[in-house]
Design a protein around this ligand. Structure first.
Ligand SMILES: Nc1ncnc2c1ncn2[C@@H]1O[C@H](COP(=O)(O)OP(=O)(O)O)[C@@H](O)[C@H]1O
Ligand SMILES: [Mg+2]
Length: 342
């Protein structure tokens, strides 16, 4: 399988090769192994330093599992993950416990719902300082200085230090979660639907804050979302995920202008329009996403695909380069000529 970054010559920060993350399912009186949920099923991609890679897909397609595996919170079932630190590849899939602890500050994750990801019994000060206290032995004054500095960077003030999470709005709580993730100056920030739980107006503020922080801290983002608008605003490249697999990967602009996979096409044309006069046809996909314990044979999307032919039911298409830096897993990608938007 081909693995591409955004620009040839860019420094890679992460490389994922044939990653599988399966969860065993037990059942019956004797709690025997009944099968596996294939949350991430053979995914390969790479991320360049400084880029924003978007991961898009319906709920349950394995986006969070993928991010948690990259954040070392879950172990892969199969496959390899290399994180490039000072140009040396570090094999994240086979680290021992002490190596995991030492690499963890470099890769941080921000979750969707800041209310459940922040400890309600801890004050902002403890929430943000905790990673620093765990991973460094700085004197207390220095820790405070760093906490205040990061708090200001995310748009909060020193006076907020001794408050509890419930005393903040949703947007402010997400700012606290971002400050905690950045206090150790990571290289890679994994964002799991960071604005889905927020009001629309606050969403835009947080997205802009993330873009500002990316510049000032020289960060790389992997941004998971099911919102095509968010991904278009933020990401340079997109991975379209479905049933644990990557169906399409390419530059954001290219994918919006000319999608190759019928699923990507349906996602793009399901974006609601605010202006009535713009009568683009909305595509409603029939059926439900597949059961990850018992995925369909052949292409995982074929039961819902309006363009399926016989081969789609039998053979799972490989992810192949169709144009420069565009990869797609569809038997009919070249002949369909699907319409993009804008
Ligand atoms: N810890 C777990 N144990 C068992 N199944 C899980 C676990 N975490 C996620 N899953 C299952 O894996 C699939 C993918 O879940 P998830 O990664 O959360 O999807 P997404 O973030 O795209 O909504 C779902 O079917 C979900 O039920
Ligand atoms: Mg999720």
């Amino acid at each position: 399988m081909k693995i591409t970054g955004l620009n040839a010559g860019c420094m890679k920060i992460l490389e994922v090769k044939n990653l599988k993350v399966y969860f065993p399912v037990y059942g019956g009186f004797l709690r025997r192994l009944k099968g596996y949920i294939r949350a991430v099923d053979n995914i390969s991609f790479s991320v360049d330093e400084g880029e924003v890679l978007g991961i898009v897909g319906e709920s349950g397609c394995g986006k969070s599992t993928l991010l948690k595996t990259l954040a070392l919170l879950l172990s892969p079932t199969e496959g390899e993950i290399f994180f490039y630190f000072e140009e040396n590849p570090i094999a994240l899939h086979s680290l021992d416990k002490s190596a995991r602890i030492s690499i963890r500050p470099q890769i941080q994750i921000v979750f969707q719902d800041p209310f459940s990801s922040l400890n309600p019994r801890m004050r902002v000060w403890n929430i943000i300082a905790e990673p620093l206290l765990l991973h460094s032995n700085l004197p207390k004054e220095k820790v405070k200085e760093k906490v205040v500095e990061i708090l200001e960077k995310v748009g909060l003030k020193e006076e907020h230090l001794y408050r509890y999470p419930h005393q903040f709005s949703g947007g402010q709580r997400q700012r606290i979660a971002i400050a905690r993730a950045l206090i150790l100056h990571p290289k890679l920030l994994l964002l799991d639907e960071p604005t889905s739980a927020l009001d629309v107006s606050v969403q835009a503020q947080i997205l802009n804050l993330l873009l500002e922080l990316k510049k000032s801290f020289h960060l790389t983002y992997i941004l998971v979302t099911h919102n095509m608008g968010v991904v278009r605003y933020m990401a340079e490249r997109i991975i379209i995920m479905y049933a644990g697999k990557c169906l399409e990967l390419g530059k954001t602009e290219d994918i919006f202008k000319k999608p190759f996979h019928p699923y990507t096409h349906a996602l793009l044309h399901s974006i609601p329009r605010l202006r009535k006069e713009n009568k683009r046809k909305v595509i409603l996909l029939p059926g439900e996403p597949p059961n990850p314990m018992n995925p369909p044979s052949g292409c995982p999307f074929h039961p819902r695909c309006p363009y399926k032919i016989e081969i789609c039911e039998k053979i799972s298409p490989d992810l192949q380069e169709i144009e420069k830096s565009s990869l797609v897993a569809c038997h009919r990608a070249e002949e369909l000529n699907l319409e993009g938007i804008f």
